[in-house]
Design a protein around this ligand. Structure first.
Ligand code: 9MG
Length: 287
């Protein structure tokens, strides 16, 4: 990415986000499997307390998602998504003044969450749903566009590419940047994501991370999300609750290969890993 000051600041609604150094996005899933047994009110409250902890540990952004994008997951309706995320977004904005990103592909949801005070959109389908490009353009917010082949329901059924994975991802993102610009969504508002774990084998993921610096040619911020993913489980043979060390190794490499945003569950340790990596890359003490 360029070192021009304007390229290092993202205008996220009422927040400005400084990405002149790596920043951490904390994951806040509000899908039914992430709710506690205590009923809806308690679940919203739990979500807010969890977000508060992530902010205290150094998260710059909270990414709220109401649709599970895990392999095999089924899609939900926009109304279901909104019912899940809206009360949490309201609380994050009102009580915590947090910079909220919303993980959604639905244009209806994009419109509503913008009105609720979200500061960023995160679309794993890269604005390919009907009306999504227009909704994102109208929101005025930065948008993360991610590479994925297939849908969460089938994306891990023998993913195959006719070219090297990094070329496929680069081509896809170049096409999506073009589509965004044609829809009036300016380039300065885009964040690119290679989509680790989305329609990729473990070999694809490892190669893609190793060569992720090829995406720097777009001169746009890069977001990487690998926290607790199965690529760690497969290489280290660890269950999901034992993937922190592997995740920190991947976060470190992602920063070295150009990522300025890391989407993670374990915020505190990742902030330290990213700041330490950055200090070496900058040969200085301050993040
Ligand atoms: C929602 N979600 C799950 N994994 C993700 C990843 O790797 N990147 C982005 N942008 N979103 C993700």
């Amino acid at each position: 990415m360029s070192d021009t000051p304007s390229m290092n600041m993202l205008h996220c609604g009422r927040h400005w986000l400084d990405i002149s150094f790596p920043r951490v996005m904390g994951v806040l899933n509000v899908t039914p499997d992430s709710f506690s047994d205590g009923g809806r009110h308690i679940a919203v409250d739990d979500a807010l307390r969890h977000a508060e902890r992530m902010l205290a540990e150094g998260a710059a952004i909270i990414d709220v998602g109401g649709e599970s994008t895990r392999p095999g997951a089924s899609p939900v309706s926009p109304q279901q998504e909104l019912d899940r995320v809206a009360p949490v977004i309201e609380g994050l904005v009102r009580e915590l003044d947090a910079l909220v990103s919303v993980d959604t592909s639905a244009p209806e949801v994009m419109k509503e969450v913008t009105a609720l005070g979200a500061g960023m959109l995160n679309d794993v389908r890269a604005l390919r749903r009907e009306g999504a490009l227009q909704a994102a353009a109208r929101s005025g917010l930065p948008v993360c566009v991610m590479h994925m082949i297939g849908e969460p329901g089938d994306m891990q059924d023998a993913p195959h590419y006719d070219q090297e994975i990094e070329s496929a991802v680069e081509q896809f993102l170049a096409d999506r940047i073009g589509a965004c610009e044609a829809a009036g969504l300016h380039r300065e508002r885009l964040i690119l994501d290679p989509g680790f774990g989305f329609g990729k084998t473990v070999e694809h993921n490892l190669r893609l991370l190793n060569r992720m610096d090829t995406l720097k040619r777009f001169e746009l911020p890069i977001l990487a999300g690998m926290s607790r993913k199965s690529m760690i489980g497969k290489v280290l043979e660890r269950p999901v609750e034992e993937r922190l060390s592997g995740g920190l190794a991947l976060a470190t490499l992602a920063v070295e290969r150009g990522a300025r945003l890391l989407r993670v569950h374990d915020v505190g340790p990742t902030v330290d890993a990213a700041n330490m990596t950055w200090a070496v890359l900058q040969e200085g003490l301050e993040p």
